[in-house]
Write a protein that binds this ligand. Structure first.
Ligand SMILES: Nc1ncnc2c1ncn2[C@@H]1O[C@H](COP(=O)(O)OP(=O)(O)O)[C@@H](O)[C@H]1O
Ligand SMILES: [Mg+2]
Length: 335
């Protein structure tokens, strides 16, 4: 056995479906197609993929809401099928765009009610609710009705609800989906704060936002059509992208660029002329090589208009692996 927070082996989950326009054969949909993942305790792990990739299905199997079709999954060392109760005692889940709750209750009443589901003593629960409300910046709203909250406030309340039982493992299924930029930033800041304040806790977050995975996660798995197609730290995933880092230099028109390739350390130089300028795209052995290129241009008395270093993003990694941009990659069906 292992002491992993989450461990899955060849996890498969299919859905039976009816015949429909989108699925004329009525064949089962394979939402998870053999997922094997190990997540150690304390890790902030991201599952990144387009709509329909299988993210929610993965989380639902891990939180014991769905049974696997085949393969196995352990959470906090317990089997999600045979030891579901032990799993449930150690986790919680928050989903984005969640509309759980009773609009007539106040924020504090609503959270107190959840604390009762978790079996917390009232005094402990209320103290903890107030503490968490302060952390998310929702304390001033504690006596407002849930129905009067904005979607950002509501999601912060959901986060408090998810953190009330102080879970060993927290599952966040697209926690910022549908929030405006500022509210999403607040929610992310809060998540970071929580994991720093409670070391050893594990988070599995799903998202289809590249920047969110990059900002938050220690490691990221890219999921595509129910399969993990890459898994590494954001930095390592970026390094893996063909071309890696490159420079873009715009200069006065150049006639011919063969000489650029002669500069020691230049691995590749592509030139494009436009608007009376030349745009050079350079792949270099290391950043220092750029000095040689700049000097070579000066020797030819060509002015430099701009110089930019381009680091590949997780988006580039996704495009390279999957062959499409993330926004275009939605994988059909109901997402
Ligand atoms: N209840 C369901 N019945 C049939 N198909 C489903 C059901 N839920 C999800 N699916 C399908 O399973 C695949 C994965 O969906 P999901 O796990 O929700 O992906 P994601 O969360 O990444 O958007 C999609 O093709 C989706 O259409
Ligand atoms: Mg989903």
């Amino acid at each position: 056995m292992s002491n992993l927070a989450i461990a899955t082996q060849d996890l498969v989950r299919t859905y039976r479906t009816r015949k429909s326009a989108g699925n004329p054969s009525g064949a089962p949909v394979v939402a998870l197609d053999g997922v094997t993942l190990d997540i150690p305790p304390g890790e902030f792990f991201g599952l990144l993929g387009p709509n329909g990739a299988g993210k929610t299905t993965f989380i639902k199997v891990l939180v014991t809401l769905l049974l696997p079709t085949s393969g196995s999954a352990r959470v906090a060392g317990f089997d999600v099928v045979g030891q579901a109760q032990q799993v449930r005692e150690r986790i919680s889940m928050v989903s984005g765009g969640e509309h759980s709750g009773y609009g007539l209750l106040t924020v504090r009443e609503q959270l107190w009610m959840f604390s009762q589901f978790y079996g917390m003593p009232t005094q402990t629960a209320l103290a903890r609710i107030d503490e968490l409300l302060r952390v998310v910046g929702l304390y001033e709203e504690r006596n407002r009705r849930v129905s009067a909250l904005s979607s950002g406030m509501r999601q912060k309340m959901n986060m408090v609800r998810g953190l009330l039982p102080d879970p060993e493992i927290l599952f966040l299924d697209e926690p910022t989906v549908g929030l405006d930029v500022e509210a999403a930033r607040d929610v992310r800041a809060y998540i970071k704060e929580w994991i720093h304040a409670t070391p050893g806790r594990t988070i599995l977050l799903t998202t289809h936002y590249m920047h969110e995975a990059e900002e938050l996660c220690d490691r990221v798995a890219i999921i595509h059509k129910g399969r993990i197609v890459a898994c590494d730290t954001p930095a390592a995933l970026r390094r893996r992208t063909a071309g890696g880092t490159y420079f873009v230099l715009t200069t006065e028109p150049l006639d011919g660029t063969a000489w650029v390739s002669q500069v020691p350390g230049v691995q590749r130089a592509d030139a494009r002329a436009s608007d009376g300028r030349t745009e050079l795209r350079l792949q270099l052995a290391d950043d220092g090589v750029i000095a040689g290129v700049v000097k070579a241009l000066a020797d030819r008395e060509r002015r430099i208009f701009s110089l930019q270093k381009i680091e590949p993003s997780l988006e580039d990694v996704f495009v390279q692996i999957v062959g499409r941009r993330l926004e275009e990659a939605d994988e059909g069906g109901r997402a």
